[in-house]
Design a protein around this ligand. Structure first.
Ligand SMILES: Nc1ncnc2c1ncn2[C@@H]1O[C@H](COP(=O)(O)OP(=O)(O)O)[C@@H](O)[C@H]1O
Ligand SMILES: Cc1cn([C@H]2C[C@H](O)[C@@H](COP(=O)(O)O)O2)c(=O)[nH]c1=O
Length: 228
């Protein structure tokens, strides 16, 4: 039975890697699939993972109609057994409904990958619709970690070194790679546990606070010193 599955987790937990692995595993068993992405870090028409894997993918513009595209492909003799849809948080709710219809009416497996919530902790509209319609929502097993070592559950946006909670929902960017020699990009992301998200405490802020002579000593259980 075909399924609509939403694989989710914070940024940097391995979603794009899993998307490419699933594409590989299904392809080597003779199944024919289509790859899609939107606003990939590597550029348009790409699906890339931080592990270095990348493949060409179809770009999902706001006006793309998944139903029409697949019907056209099938009419032209192409077999479509499954679809891999990365950065699905950026898809429109209508596009998610088209994906569900492809599962139900054409028996195509649709595997979607994306983050659920933005830097303000608000659901992306596409992710909300996926949670509402998917047969399964599966949280990735690999845990991205907060600087304190806890499981990261939130995606923080950091602008010029300061965590922000206001701004445009979509700003394509990467998680900071922790290399102090490289100048930080203007906008970057950091994954945090809820406790440190609520306190607006990024790794850099925690390090600065730990070094400040004006600050009372930390409760090390609550806020262990950041490792980098
Ligand atoms: N140099 C590395 N060695 C081993 N694993 C790495 C390395 N760089 C990145 N990774 C792994 O890749 C994951 C990010 O993969 P990616 O598919 O790009 O994530 P996502 O799509 O969820 O943002 C990291 O959580 C980590 O497990
Ligand atoms: C939290 C948040 C993220 N984004 C962007 C930043 C990245 O380009 C993608 C997530 O990619 P990943 O493969 O999961 O790392 O989303 C955004 O535009 N707005 C946000 O609030």
């Amino acid at each position: 039975m075909a399924e609509l599955v939403f694989f989710t987790g914070t940024m940097d937990c391995g979603k794009s890697t899993l998307a490419l692995q699933m594409h590989h595993n299904h392809t080597v068993r003779g199944r024919s699939g289509l790859l899609f992405s939107k606003h990939d870090r590597a550029g348009e028409a790409m699906l890339s993972s931080r592990l270095g894997l990348a493949r060409a993918a179809l770009t999902v513009g706001d006006d793309l109609d998944f139903w029409e595209l697949v019907v056209e492909q099938v009419t032209n003799g192409r077999k479509v057994d499954f679809m891999i849809c990365d950065e699905a948080q950026f898809y429109t709710p209508v596009q998610v409904e088209q994906l569900a219809r492809l599962v139900d009416e054409m028996g195509i497996d649709v595997f979607t990958f994306g983050i659920t919530a933005d830097f303000r902790t608000e659901l992306f509209p596409g992710s909300r619709r996926l949670i509402e319609l998917s047969d399964r929502t599966q949280v990735l097993q690999v845990e991205a970690l907060c600087w304190c070592g806890r499981r990261a559950t939130h995606n923080a946006r950091v602008v010029d070194g300061t965590m922000v909670v206001e701004g445009d929902q979509i700003v394509v960017g990467d998680v900071a790679d922790g290399d102090a020699d490289e100048p930080a990009p203007t906008v970057e992301y950091e994954v945090l546990c809820r406790r440190h998200y609520m306190r607006r405490m990024t790794g850099q802020a925690a390090r600065a606070q730990a070094l400040s002579p004006d600050v009372l000593p930390f409760d090390l259980d609550l806020c262990p010193l950041p490792s980098r």
